[in-house]
Design a protein around this ligand. Structure first.
Ligand SMILES: [Mg+2]
Length: 188
Protein backbone atom coordinates (compact mmCIF):
# COMPACT_ATOMS: atom_id res chain seq x y z
CA UNK A 1 0.00 0.00 0.00
CA UNK A 2 1.58 3.35 -0.98
CA UNK A 3 1.44 6.54 1.10
CA UNK A 4 -1.42 8.01 -0.96
CA UNK A 5 -3.68 4.96 -0.52
CA UNK A 6 -2.93 4.83 3.21
CA UNK A 7 -3.72 8.53 3.48
CA UNK A 8 -7.01 8.07 1.58
CA UNK A 9 -8.05 5.22 3.86
CA UNK A 10 -6.96 7.14 6.98
CA UNK A 11 -9.08 10.12 5.83
CA UNK A 12 -12.05 7.78 5.45
CA UNK A 13 -11.52 6.37 8.96
CA UNK A 14 -11.18 9.86 10.49
CA UNK A 15 -14.33 10.96 8.63
CA UNK A 16 -16.37 8.33 10.49
CA UNK A 17 -15.90 10.06 13.85
CA UNK A 18 -17.91 13.06 15.10
CA UNK A 19 -15.55 13.85 17.96
CA UNK A 20 -11.85 14.07 17.18
CA UNK A 21 -8.79 14.77 19.33
CA UNK A 22 -7.22 18.24 19.05
CA UNK A 23 -3.71 16.82 19.27
CA UNK A 24 -2.26 13.40 18.42
CA UNK A 25 1.05 12.55 20.11
CA UNK A 26 3.44 9.85 18.84
CA UNK A 27 6.34 8.01 20.42
CA UNK A 28 9.26 7.48 17.99
CA UNK A 29 11.09 4.14 18.51
CA UNK A 30 8.88 1.19 17.50
CA UNK A 31 5.87 3.48 17.09
CA UNK A 32 6.71 5.76 14.14
CA UNK A 33 9.86 3.90 13.05
CA UNK A 34 10.93 0.25 13.44
CA UNK A 35 14.20 0.65 15.40
CA UNK A 36 15.84 2.23 18.45
CA UNK A 37 17.49 5.32 17.01
CA UNK A 38 20.20 5.32 19.72
CA UNK A 39 21.53 2.08 18.15
CA UNK A 40 22.03 3.72 14.75
CA UNK A 41 24.37 6.27 13.26
CA UNK A 42 23.18 9.68 12.07
CA UNK A 43 24.60 8.76 8.65
CA UNK A 44 21.98 6.07 8.06
CA UNK A 45 18.85 6.68 6.03
CA UNK A 46 15.85 5.90 8.28
CA UNK A 47 12.40 4.82 7.19
CA UNK A 48 9.04 4.92 8.95
CA UNK A 49 6.59 2.07 9.54
CA UNK A 50 4.66 1.51 6.25
CA UNK A 51 1.43 3.32 7.30
CA UNK A 52 3.00 6.11 9.39
CA UNK A 53 3.45 8.75 6.67
CA UNK A 54 -0.07 8.42 5.25
CA UNK A 55 -1.60 8.63 8.75
CA UNK A 56 0.41 11.75 9.68
CA UNK A 57 -0.67 13.53 6.48
CA UNK A 58 -4.32 12.52 6.87
CA UNK A 59 -4.48 13.83 10.47
CA UNK A 60 -2.77 17.05 9.42
CA UNK A 61 -5.25 17.46 6.51
CA UNK A 62 -8.13 17.19 8.99
CA UNK A 63 -6.67 20.07 11.02
CA UNK A 64 -5.47 17.87 13.89
CA UNK A 65 -2.16 18.96 15.44
CA UNK A 66 0.66 16.45 15.84
CA UNK A 67 3.43 16.15 18.43
CA UNK A 68 6.23 13.81 19.52
CA UNK A 69 6.94 12.43 23.01
CA UNK A 70 10.08 10.29 23.08
CA UNK A 71 12.37 9.13 25.89
CA UNK A 72 15.23 8.57 23.46
CA UNK A 73 18.59 9.43 25.07
CA UNK A 74 19.92 10.54 21.65
CA UNK A 75 17.73 13.48 20.68
CA UNK A 76 20.38 14.57 18.15
CA UNK A 77 20.00 11.32 16.19
CA UNK A 78 16.20 11.42 16.51
CA UNK A 79 16.14 15.01 15.20
CA UNK A 80 18.48 14.17 12.32
CA UNK A 81 16.19 11.30 11.30
CA UNK A 82 13.04 13.45 11.58
CA UNK A 83 14.79 15.95 9.28
CA UNK A 84 15.89 13.29 6.80
CA UNK A 85 12.35 11.90 6.66
CA UNK A 86 11.03 15.37 5.80
CA UNK A 87 8.41 15.34 8.58
CA UNK A 88 9.81 18.01 10.92
CA UNK A 89 7.24 20.64 9.92
CA UNK A 90 4.39 18.20 10.67
CA UNK A 91 4.79 18.59 14.45
CA UNK A 92 3.70 21.55 16.57
CA UNK A 93 6.05 20.41 19.31
CA UNK A 94 8.66 17.70 19.89
CA UNK A 95 9.64 16.54 23.38
CA UNK A 96 12.63 14.20 23.01
CA UNK A 97 14.63 13.59 26.19
CA UNK A 98 15.59 10.76 28.51
CA UNK A 99 13.56 10.72 31.72
CA UNK A 100 12.93 8.50 34.75
CA UNK A 101 9.22 9.19 34.60
CA UNK A 102 7.16 7.38 32.02
CA UNK A 103 6.48 10.45 29.90
CA UNK A 104 4.40 12.38 32.46
CA UNK A 105 6.93 15.23 32.23
CA UNK A 106 6.85 15.02 28.40
CA UNK A 107 3.09 15.49 28.50
CA UNK A 108 3.25 18.33 31.05
CA UNK A 109 5.54 20.18 28.63
CA UNK A 110 3.33 19.40 25.62
CA UNK A 111 0.32 20.70 27.55
CA UNK A 112 2.19 23.89 28.58
CA UNK A 113 3.39 24.70 25.07
CA UNK A 114 0.15 23.87 23.20
CA UNK A 115 -2.52 24.68 25.80
CA UNK A 116 -4.41 21.53 24.73
CA UNK A 117 -6.12 19.75 27.69
CA UNK A 118 -4.98 16.15 28.33
CA UNK A 119 -8.52 14.94 27.67
CA UNK A 120 -8.31 16.35 24.10
CA UNK A 121 -5.15 14.36 23.29
CA UNK A 122 -4.63 10.93 21.73
CA UNK A 123 -1.30 9.13 22.24
CA UNK A 124 0.35 6.15 20.51
CA UNK A 125 3.25 4.25 22.13
CA UNK A 126 4.69 0.71 22.10
CA UNK A 127 5.50 0.55 25.84
CA UNK A 128 2.84 -0.48 28.29
CA UNK A 129 4.29 1.49 31.25
CA UNK A 130 4.04 4.76 29.25
CA UNK A 131 0.45 3.95 28.31
CA UNK A 132 -0.45 3.29 31.96
CA UNK A 133 1.02 6.52 33.37
CA UNK A 134 -0.07 8.83 30.54
CA UNK A 135 -3.66 7.52 30.49
CA UNK A 136 -3.87 8.31 34.22
CA UNK A 137 -3.32 11.97 33.23
CA UNK A 138 -6.51 11.82 31.15
CA UNK A 139 -4.90 11.24 27.74
CA UNK A 140 -6.52 8.56 25.55
CA UNK A 141 -3.54 6.22 25.08
CA UNK A 142 -3.14 3.32 22.65
CA UNK A 143 -0.55 0.55 22.83
CA UNK A 144 0.81 -0.39 19.38
CA UNK A 145 2.51 -3.72 18.87
CA UNK A 146 3.69 -3.36 15.29
CA UNK A 147 4.04 0.38 14.89
CA UNK A 148 1.29 2.85 14.15
CA UNK A 149 -1.00 1.59 11.38
CA UNK A 150 -4.55 2.06 10.09
CA UNK A 151 -5.95 -0.44 12.61
CA UNK A 152 -4.27 1.39 15.51
CA UNK A 153 -5.67 4.69 14.17
CA UNK A 154 -9.20 3.26 14.09
CA UNK A 155 -8.74 1.85 17.60
CA UNK A 156 -7.32 5.17 18.85
CA UNK A 157 -10.17 7.28 17.50
CA UNK A 158 -12.74 4.80 18.85
CA UNK A 159 -11.18 4.90 22.31
CA UNK A 160 -10.97 8.70 22.19
CA UNK A 161 -14.67 9.06 21.24
CA UNK A 162 -15.63 6.57 23.97
CA UNK A 163 -13.65 8.51 26.62
CA UNK A 164 -15.17 11.84 25.57
CA UNK A 165 -18.70 10.36 25.76
CA UNK A 166 -17.95 9.00 29.22
CA UNK A 167 -16.85 12.48 30.41
CA UNK A 168 -20.02 14.05 28.91
CA UNK A 169 -22.21 11.42 30.60
CA UNK A 170 -20.59 12.10 33.96
CA UNK A 171 -21.11 15.85 33.51
CA UNK A 172 -24.80 15.27 32.77
CA UNK A 173 -25.18 13.01 35.82
CA UNK A 174 -23.45 15.60 37.99
CA UNK A 175 -25.65 18.43 36.69
CA UNK A 176 -28.76 16.30 37.27
CA UNK A 177 -27.59 15.42 40.79
CA UNK A 178 -26.73 19.00 41.80
CA UNK A 179 -29.96 20.44 40.33
CA UNK A 180 -32.07 17.83 42.10
CA UNK A 181 -30.31 18.13 45.40
CA UNK A 182 -30.77 21.95 45.27
CA UNK A 183 -34.52 21.61 44.63
CA UNK A 184 -34.71 19.04 47.40
CA UNK A 185 -33.12 21.49 49.83
CA UNK A 186 -35.49 24.25 48.72
CA UNK A 187 -38.64 22.19 49.10
CA UNK A 188 -37.35 20.42 52.19
MG1 LIG B 1 8.95 3.31 21.77
Amino acid sequence: MDDESVKAEALQIIGMFKVLPKLVVFDLDYTLWPFYCDCLSKREQPSLFPHANGILYALKDKGIDLAIASRSPTSDIANTFIDKLGIKSMFVTQEIFASWTHKTDHFQRIHSSTGVPFTSMLFFDDEDRNIVTVSKMGVSSILVDNGVNLEALRQGLTTYAHNVNKIEDNKKKWTYYTQNSTSFERTG
